[in-house]
Design a protein around this ligand. Structure first.
Ligand code: PEP
Ligand code: NA
Ligand code: MN
Length: 616
């Protein structure tokens, strides 16, 4: 169909014969793209999403009527809803996630590579008529505060109203983002379909999806296509697909970093501020650390982000170049199970209203429950699949990967300036994992290279929640294994290069391990709020006000450097927590070296590793 070249498009010019609602873009390239996708996917209508209340309320009403959203009891959980997914669409599908760089080598050994031309053909087939009987929503969005120099823009086309409502919480979506795009900002096209077209006589299901799933990235073209899933990381394309996989490629080209990290501000009793980013594999308490309630008098921790950090070098007034960090997201898409008033009261406060829950259990009074919310489960529930549930059911009431989607602004520990377009100057980066032995409670890397080595060597013991043998180590460099949009060796080289550019302004890098056990399998460290004691040592190291002991793998606290007052920790336990055993570490670094070899890591990193082995 013919399209306006004037920029003054009207609805019928956007896509011939399709009713169009809302205010379209003024940009020809945007209109042409929406028109092309509509011609391919053949939706019944097109809606340009403005992010406002009126459109949102209409969308919610529609989802309630189709059963996609179940309203919760407004007296117990105002403005909140429960979605139950298809039982086969409950998590990210890493085996169906593809990086379609021009060559296989550019995707590296850790990604699923597909030939871009072949994949484009596959997608053309999958999306042909995929939105028949549905609405095509156009969702312009900003990752980062719209006025931030670090913000990047995208437009998601989706046929899922659940995705539209979730993107409204997780990103700055709608008119403000479209205005920036219309003013000429670069934008990433992201196409999503649940892959379940409706015939004229078909009745829709609450959670349409397709057993065949494709989560596809074209890093060179900065383009995303997602098919068959309605679930978070597969379908909210601003999050993992854009803010990590595509952004990591943009960041490499532009000299910054897009990372799978939380971001907090730590303030000492003297009022000294330390900004800390931290990467952990799943099941290591990342969300709890992002919302840490300090147990040390006078210390405070404010939340800036829980999952993704973008950081770019910028010269300060003092002539020092530092990394400045933003959280590109606007909400939390968190795991519900394990979140309770005991383990994470801040998260519980955040969830009081305005939440979309997915795959948690429903209580008899119209509220939600999940394993770990309370120590005693209610006597009766409706489980995540809509079935009656009692505590003797022999299966969890909530899916282990059930989630909450909630605005970050509702988090009581959110820093008042969390949306500051300038971001925060980063002082420290933490890398952690679940390690029952060998790895000390905390270690400060002696150089940027040694710190990058720490990040590259992140490994975590498998827990019962994940597939694989319990206790076995899963390697997860920078906790980015499923999220790096290009070859991991080049990613490591990029980290080294960013460090060289920062010089003295580079953040200090630390390794942490809350999970060390004694020979009897007992945790040596209490964890949770008591991690403040480690964070305090880290902040004081950055300030240069506390001691440490030099070891071949970096500096660890002397027993007296760590404030453990009132913990009842024995001297022997503390010694073991801070012990660096040369024999175990030689074995550890030899294994890490073999893994770096597999990744074809840069020679500089392997040299740093050899230096450490020699010192041992
Ligand atoms: C997701 O699955 O969408 C997600 C946010 O993943 P994770 O919690 O594993 O980072
Ligand atoms: Na997941
Ligand atoms: Mn994550």
């Amino acid at each position: 169909p013919a399209r306006s070249r004037s920029g003054a498009a009207t609805s019928h010019e956007v896509a011939a014969d399709r009713p169009t609602h809302g205010t379209p873009s003024r940009r020809d390239d945007v209109l042409a793209w929406v028109g092309r996708i509509a011609d391919l996917a053949q939706p019944d209508r097109i809606v340009w999403v403005d992010g406002g209340d009126a459109q949102h309320e209409l969308l919610v009403r529609e989802m309630v009527s189709t059963g996609t959203l179940l309203p919760l009891n407004p007296e117990l959980r105002p403005d909140s809803y429960l979605a139950r997914s298809d039982p086969g669409d409950v998590a990210r599908v890493e085996s169906r996630t593809f990086i379609c760089s021009p060559t296989r080598a550019e995707a590296g050994p850790t990604n699923n590579w597909r030939d871009p031309a072949e994949m484009r053909q596959t997608l053309a087939g999958l999306f042909d008529g995929a939105m028949r009987g549905r609405t095509l929503y156009v969702v312009p969005f900003s990752m980062g505060p719209v006025d931030s120099p670090l913000a990047r823009f995208g437009i998601e086309i989706t046929d899922s109203p659940y995705v539209v409502a979730s993107m409204r919480i997780m990103t700055r979506s709608g008119a403000a983002a479209l205005a920036r795009i219309d003013d000429g900002a670069a934008w990433v096209p992201a196409v999503h379909s649940v892959g379940a077209p409706l015939g004229p006589d078909d009745v829709d299901v609450p959670w349409p999806c397709n057993p065949e799933k494709y989560i596809v990235h074209f890093p060179a073209e900065r383009e995303i296509w997602s098919y068959g899933s309605g679930y978070g990381g597969n379908a909210l394309l601003g999050k993992k697909c854009f803010a990590l996989r595509i952004a990591s490629v943009i960041a490499r080209d532009e000299g910054w970093l897009a990372e799978h990290m939380l971001l907090v501000r730590v303030t000492s009793p003297e009022g000294r501020r330390t900004h800390v980013a931290a990467a952990f594999p799943s099941a290591c308490g990342k969300t709890n650390l992002a919302m840490l309630r300090p147990t040390l008098p006078g210390w405070s921790v404010e939340t800036l982000g829980d999952d993704i950090v973008w950081m770019a070098p910028r010269e300060g007034d003092d002539g020092v170049t530092r990394l400045h960090a933003i959280n590109p997201e606007a909400g939390f898409f968190g795991v519900a199970p394990g979140t309770g008033w005991e383990s994470n009261p801040t998260a519980m406060e955040t969830l009081r209203r305005g939440v979309i829950f997915t795959n948690v259990a429903l209580t008899d009074d119209g509220d939600v429950w999940w394993e770990g919310q309370t120590s005693q489960p209610p006597a009766h529930l409706i489980d995540w699949q809509g079935r009656d549930w009692t505590p003797d059911a022999g299966r969890p009431a909530a899916h282990p990967n059930s989630r909450f989607t909630v605005s970050a602004a509702q988090c009581p520990t959110m820093a008042a300036d969390w949306e500051d377009p300038a971001g925060v100057p980063l002082d420290a980066i933490l890398f952690g994992g679940r390690r029952p032995s060998t790895v000390p409670l905390v270690t400060q890397a002696d150089s940027w290279e040694a710190g990058v080595l720490l990040g590259a060597s992140i490994a975590s013991e498998r827990t019962a929640a994940a597939e694989g043998t319990v206790g076995e180590l899963r390697r997860d460099p920078f906790a980015m294994l499923p999220f790096t949009g290009y070859a991991v060796a080049d990613y490591l080289a990029h980290w080294l290069e960013v460090g060289r550019g920062l010089g003295t302004g580079a953040p200090a890098i630390f390794g942490v391990n809350w999970f060390r056990k004694d020979d009897g399998g007992r945790f040596l460290w209490p964890g949770f709020g008591e991690n403040t004691r480690v964070i305090a040592w880290i902040a004081d190291r950055v300030a240069g006000t506390v001691g440490g002991r030099s070891t071949p793998i970096g500096h660890v606290p002397n027993p007296g450097d760590l404030d453990v007052t009132g913990l009842g920790l024995s001297e022997a336990d503390l010694d073991e927590l801070l012990d660096v055993d040369p024999v175990a570490w030689r074995a550890e670094l030899t294994r890490a070296g073999a893994y770096l070899e597999e990744l074809r890591a840069p020679a500089a990193l392997r040299r740093a590793l050899d230096v450490a082995i020699d010192r041992l």
